[in-house]
Design a protein around this ligand. Structure first.
Ligand code: URA
Length: 300
């Protein structure tokens, strides 16, 4: 079942990112237009225009859980980034034109070609040749991070997994798809944020990061955060949460609260891989994503 409101919001977000064409697998242009025509306009909360934020109409726990069930329902793969992540291409059929609008990032500089590598690019090059810990021996890729270098929200995960090591991109496996959905559900498409990890190389068999590996890699994360200077940080999972908060408390004690990392507001939540195994916590995690969004709006 196609969730029309979600689809409409997704299309608006892609349009806000400047995309003019979109290919949605399993969905014709007529279906999309019909869905858009029958959807209500975005609320102020969704469109990010309100000053003091009200929660959306779905603020009761039951309504939120129900919306999330719909969000996580069997949407066409092209809409939520399944095997065919909705990359912009020149599709022969099913293409729909979107009206351009303003981007979400706080700087237009990211769109300008730069003759000189930026501090973030220099740091990425340094990471790609790093041999500071044992993880450099078994890696296929250094997964430095990706997204808008002027993003207002930075998501910090734990460490690359198999798919990330293979592709060199963070959060592209199953956990990444859930992360994309949760971000999108609070009006933040993946492309509008920056995503990275505490470790840039995959630990063998996805074992937990070791303290000396976290220490060896911490300079890269600090450098990324200094270069991007986001308004809000969202740490997903125990290791990024504990290292950024500077605490050994469990996620269940840390989540739902607002911390600061070097002055930047910090929200922590469960790791999407954990949520895939324990979906009963997804609604709780969603509240944390909403908190991050609320803090972001308040910083604007
Ligand atoms: N889990 C993480 O913490 N990071 C990734 O990039 C992928 C899975």
């Amino acid at each position: 079942m196609l969730d029309r409101a979600l689809l409409a919001r997704y299309l608006r977000q892609r349009a806000e990112l400047g995309e003019r064409e979109l290919f949605l697998e399993g969905c014709s242009a007529e279906e999309l237009l019909a869905a858009l025509a029958s959807s209500p306009p975005p609320t102020e909360w969704e469109s990010g225009t309100a000053g003091e934020r009200e929660k959306p109409a779905t603020s009761s726990a039951a309504a939120r859980a129900s919306m999330l069930r719909e969000v996580l329902g069997p949407l066409p793969a092209g809409i939520v980034g399944g095997a065919a992540r909705p990359e912009v291409a020149a599709p022969p059929a099913g293409a729909i034109s979107l009206s351009p609008a303003l981007p979400l990032s706080h700087s237009a500089e990211s769109a300008q070609p730069s003759p000189k590598p930026s501090p973030l690019q220099v740091l990425g090059e340094q990471a790609r040749s790093c041999t500071a810990c044992r993880l450099s021996e078994g890696r296929r890729s250094v997964v430095f991070g990706e997204g808008d270098p002027a993003a207002r929200l930075v998501v910090v995960g734990e460490a690359p997994g198999q798919e990330e090591d293979r592709t060199g991109r963070p959060f592209v496996g199953q956990a990444g798809k859930l992360l994309d959905l949760l971000l999108m559900s609070v009006g933040l498409p993946r492309e509008s944020v920056y995503i990275c990890n505490t470790l840039k190389c995959r630990p063998p068999q996805n074992r937990n990061p070791l303290p000396d590996e976290l220490a060896a890699c911490s300079g890269f994360l600090q450098g990324q955060l200094s270069a991007i200077a986001p308004s809000v940080l969202l740490a997903v999972g125990k290791f990024p949460a504990q290292s950024l908060v500077g605490s050994e408390e469990s996620i269940s004690r840390l989540r739902g609260r607002l911390f600061r990392y070097r002055g930047i507001p910090l929200v922590v939540t469960y790791h999407p891989a954990f949520l895939l195994r324990s979906p009963q916590w997804i609604t709780t995690a969603w509240e944390d994503f909403q908190l991050a969004r609320k803090v972001l709006d308040e910083q604007a």
